[in-house]
Write a new protein. Sequence first.
Length: 193
Amino acid sequence: MISRSCAAALMAIICSVLTGCFYDHPLTETPSKDINTWLLGVWEHTNDKGDLDRATVLPLTGSRYTVWYESVPKTGAKKKWRFEGWISRVGKAVFLTLRCDEGPGDIPQGSYVFLHYQVLNQNRIAIRLPQLDAAPDASSYQLRSDLRRKLKEKTLFNTEPATVWKRVSEVYWNPNSQEPQQYQPLRYPETSL
């Protein structure tokens, strides 16, 4: 039940990947594990048209993220959304559950989107949007059941390749402090990919 008209945003984080439906319920009500600190930082992706997507992933707590997603089209107005996110494990698969908390209205406040992520190396991450058959008002249990079935059938992801995002800045996090932390430049020099 994927509709191209449902999206305009996230990392989605998140992504020109966010071209899917939004759901009334999360995959899991609570985080399945603590945050993955490899996801922290500022990530960017530029599509074929030259439009820039930027996701800033910050720790909110030891198990939740704050994700600011910005869409900066070559022409037109910039848009910005804020999400709260957490890791949801379904079987052996790991997803990022994101709830829209603030934005220009393209994504309904309080709705959820799910992303599959794969850390490729310290500066690159691949994002894919699961292709679920479940209705937008499906319960968390129904969403997980649909996801498990599609994983088993190997039909969870469309045939398009994952969207690769590049880290442009890191965020260091001290788990003993909840104070905001300054962005830091990359610790390691960039290498040709």
